[in-house]
Design a protein around this ligand. Structure first.
Ligand code: NAD
Ligand code: UDP
Length: 311
């Protein structure tokens, strides 16, 4: 599991260990943290390797989940060249490993491959509307190139590939300062600080709870076909950013006001997955309602924030 000390990776590792698998967590701890995997030390099935996926990796494994890549705009724009390298060199290195071991490899791709989409909801056949030279391009184009590499390794080298296009996912262990909307709003609300809505707040996103997403990734890896995907994994329930702000304020009983700020460049206006393929191929669809997932995420941040302030 590359990126295993991150938000999604650490939850996926928990599930794989529960199923009795041995897991090597490969991470350079750029945005991931040891806190996410602290509870696993001492587990004989678990091993942590500090490693940057832009360099080749030599291990013996049966399956590869390639999740290494900063996911939040604030993080991936911090060092955009490294972000592209992580997606592209990281994919080449993991696919090279898969070729040597002849093992299945899953790529954590993203709804960002659709850019600011002109079709709604987004179906996998849609090729996207992506700015190749903007501040989000390092991530969007890096992930698009990684998908290309996965399909070329399959066509050229017969590697079994799984490509999941993940839509906005949230839950406990999401980074508290990654600037993403769910973590930002919850942290601001719990501190009674103004909620920062970018633009008019009418832009939409569809938020998937982490447990649902992890189940989707596990089902993708279980498929036995040589190519699975690209398949959208996400929750099709669509909310405006303003609606999200109102829900978070209500759930936290916060006194926060609303602080309207400028919309970042290339910010997609709307995003909602068409998950027909996930339902047909994987028998998968999300089960957790946004309000229920937010309650669990708020609980996590209520416990985390005091420890950060005294740290
Ligand atoms: P995250 O930032 O919490 O996790 C990413 C992990 O990758 C971190 O632990 C980080 O330290 C590690 N990493 C980054 N660069 C690395 C490198 N060069 N070598 C080794 N490790 C490296 O983000 P996340 O939300 O858990 O996302 C995991 C994956 O899922 C990413 O590939 C992301 O693009 C994808 N994804 C996530 C979402 C979402 O909403 N969370 C949506 C779409 C796609
Ligand atoms: N957003 C916001 N306030 C914030 C953080 C984000 O209004 O404090 C908006 C952002 O402009 C975008 C949406 O919330 O329209 C989702 O942003 P996020 O960074 O979480 O993810 P992405 O844009 O990659 O979907």
């Amino acid at each position: 599991m590359t990126g295993g000390a991150g938000f999604l990776g650490s939850h996926l590792i928990d599930r794989l260990l529960d199923q009795g698998h041995e897991v090597i967590c490969v991470d350079n701890l750029f945005t991931g943290t040891k806190r996410n995997i602290d509870h696993l030390h001492g587990n004989p099935l678990f091993e942590f390797m500090r490693h940057d996926v832009t360099f080749p990796l030599y291990v013996e494994v049966d399956e590869i989940y390639n999740l290494a890549c900063p996911a939040a705009p604030l993080h991936y724009q911090h060092d955009p060249v490294q972000t592209t390298k992580t997606s592209v060199h990281g994919a080449i290195n993991m696919l090279g490993l898969a070729k040597r071991l002849n093992c299945k490899t899953l790529q954590a791709s993203t709804s960002e491959v659709y850019g600011d989409p002109n079709t709604h909801p987004q179906v996998e056949e849609y090729w996207g509307n992506v700015n190749p030279v903007g501040p989000r391009s390092c991530y969007d184009e890096g992930k698009r190139c990684a998908e290309t590499l996965f399909f070329d390794y399959w066509r050229q080298h017969d590697i079994k590939i799984k490509v999941a296009r993940i839509f906005n996912t949230y839950g406990p262990r999401v980074h508290h300062a990654d600037g993403r909307v769910v973590s930002n709003f919850i942290v601001q609300a719990l501190q009674d600080k103004p909620i920062t809505i970018f633009g008019d707040g009418r832009q939409t996103r569809s938020f998937c709870y982490v447990d649902d997403l992890v189940e989707g990734l596990l089902r993708m890896m279980e498929t036995d076909t040589s190519v699975t995907g690209p398949i959208n994994l996400g929750n099709p329930d669509e909310f405006s950013i303003r609606q999200l702000a109102e829900m978070v304020v209500n759930l936290t009983d916060s006194k926060s006001s609303i602080d309207r700020q400028a919309l970042p460049p290339d910010d997609p206006r709307q995003r909602k997955p068409d998950i027909s393929n996930a339902i047909d191929v994987l028998g998968w669809q999300p089960e957790v309602l946004l309000e229920d997932g937010l309650i669990k995420t708020v609980e996590y941040f209520r416990e985390l924030l005091p420890t950060l302030r005294t740290a």
